[in-house]
Design a binder for this molecule. Structure first.
Ligand code: GDP
Length: 472
């Protein structure tokens, strides 16, 4: 309806233009950028995107190769509940062996850095779990370079272990396994490694390439060696950043402190942040008044891979918001307020995710090469059967990737993974659980439920051929 008003024509005209493109819309529905452009073009109008304009003001400074310097890896700890994620993060925090400063991390700011005896550094995100990790990714922020996946050696490779593995793989971050609780008499690390091998994840002592180390987060056995393996893996990634430019990075968390005002923890990913810099973070801006590290020390500069809590923003940005430094306070303020305004106008997210109905059209347009699917089923047999059949549907034009498959209901974390990886979710004899349905609506994720294998396969086949009649 809004577009119709702008072009001074009846709403029905827009609706039928959409229909001729194979898109069923109502007058209150928002159109994605691509559809808008095509529809406007049909009526001789050209679309100019205001969002793109204001974001263009944020110029990425180009780095010359000689400006790049090595930076510390940023690591997230994931794994099944009770397998020891928090214990491992606590142990590393306490035993931090920075010269002359044994441990002493006093504040939870959402991330912390440790320095090993050899002087090398690692930055840890202090919110364990793949949910937090993927929620950030769904908001467009990938800060993690590597994942430590903790598996308790007195237990098994559990559902959330498998989820964590899928989430890390979907993000393309390398995995280092920490086989935990080896101090327990019932621990059997080999059993875990065998189970991993059965999932095609061969760890080093099984002749594979994936790093793994037996540890006890309780006694500390093996933790140092685990961190050395993390650094080895990091070396392969050749992580670099230019410290000599305006800082940019991602917000890790933010809150309002009664005495101090808005406190935001940010992770500097490139450049160096200084006191007095004008910062834009999401819809907030402000001048950096003070910076503290996780030990509560006031600091003046923060370079790449440094987590830092800052004071001075005019509100609390969201975890996953990017931040940039501006020369000009006014410009930062302007962009912040434009973003707020745009968000108010577009209470619905503009970024749309793929749906089964659209696949055929997108393939025909030629801009769609890979279909990511998350598959949840009631029993292992049906999940495996569907995986096989779906994979066989891959063609030269389109590759089908099952980025996660498991037995169990569709969870919020599945939906976030779908959002972060632009996937559709197929449920076989299972339904969304808890918040999953609401989150799927908010993120506009297509969830399809089936109870007959043949139907699921046929729908996907039809969709790929552009033959699926839209679900109204
Ligand atoms: P999370 O849910 O993955 O964060 O797991 P926690 O770190 O909270 O650990 C769950 C339980 O396992 C706690 O009671 C820990 O004390 C215990 N735990 C964690 N690591 C070890 C370990 O290496 N050895 C032993 N014996 N217990 C551990």
């Amino acid at each position: 309806a809004e577009v119709a008003t702008m072009m001074n024509m009846p709403t029905t005209g827009i609706i039928s233009a959409c229909m001729s493109l194979g898109i069923m819309v109502t007058m209150n529905q928002r159109l994605d950028a691509e559809t808008l452009s095509i529809v406007a073009d049909e009526f001789g109008y050209e679309v100019e995107f205001v969002t793109a304009d204001i974001e263009e003001a944020i110029q990425e400074e180009e780095d010359k190769p000689e400006d790049l310097q090595p930076r510390a890896p940023i690591v997230t700890v994931m794994g099944h509940v009770d397998h020891g994620k928090t214990s491992l993060l606590d142990y590393i925090r306490k035993e931090n062996v920075i010269a002359g400063e044994s441990g002493g991390i006093t504040q939870h700011i959402g991330a912390y850095g440790v320095t090993l005896e050899n002087g090398q550094k690692i930055t840890f995100l202090d919110t364990p779990g793949h949910e937090a990790f993927t929620a950030m990714r769904a908001r467009g922020a990938q800060v993690t370079d590597m994942a430590i996946i903790v598996i308790a050696a007195d237990d098994d490779v559990m559902p959330q272990t498998k989820e964590a593995i899928s989430h890390a793989q979907a993000a393309g971050v390398p995995i280092v396994f920490a086989i935990n609780k080896v101090d327990k008499p019932t621990a059997n690390p080999d059993k875990i490694k065998e189970a991993l091998a059965g999932m095609n994840l061969l760890v080093e002592d099984w002749g594979g390439k994936i790093q793994s180390h037996d540890i006890s987060a309780k006694t500390g056995v093996g933790v140092k060696e685990l961190l050395e393996k993390v650094l080895l893996e990091a070396e392969i990634l050749e992580l670099q950043a230019n410290p000599d430019k305006h800082a940019q990075g991602t917000v890790v968390e933010a809150f309002l402190d009664k005495g101090r005002g808005y406190v935001s923890t940010i992770l500097v990913q490139a450049g160096t942040l200084k006191i007095g810099d004008y910062v834009l973070a999401g819809k907030n801006s402000g001048k950096v008044k003070a910076m503290h590290d996780e030990r509560g020390n006031a600091i003046e500069h923060a370079g790449p891979s440094t987590p830092i809590s800052i004071l001075g923003l005019d509100g609390a940005p969201q975890a996953g918001d990017k931040f940039h430094v501006f020369e000009d306070e006014k410009e930062a303020k302007q962009i912040a307020s434009k973003r707020t305004q745009l968000q108010r106008e577009q209470s619905v997210r503009t970024q749309r995710h793929i749906t089964l109905d659209e696949i055929g059209r997108r393939i025909a347009l030629g801009d769609f090469k890979e279909l990511n699917i998350i598959l949840k089923g009631d029993v292992d047999g049906s999940v495996e059967a569907l995986t096989d059949s779906f994979q066989k549907l891959s063609t030269d034009e389109i590759q089908i990737n099952i980025i996660h498959k498991a037995v169990g209901p569709i969870t919020e974390s599945d939906v976030l993974l779908a959002s972060a990886s632009d996937a559709i979710i197929i449920g076989f004899n299972v339904r969304p659980m808890g918040n999953a349905r609401q989150v799927a609506e908010r993120e506009e994720i297509d969830i399809r439920n089936y109870s007959i294998i043949y139907d699921a396969i046929n729908d996907l086949k039809d969709a790929m051929e552009g033959m699926l009649s839209p679900e109204l």
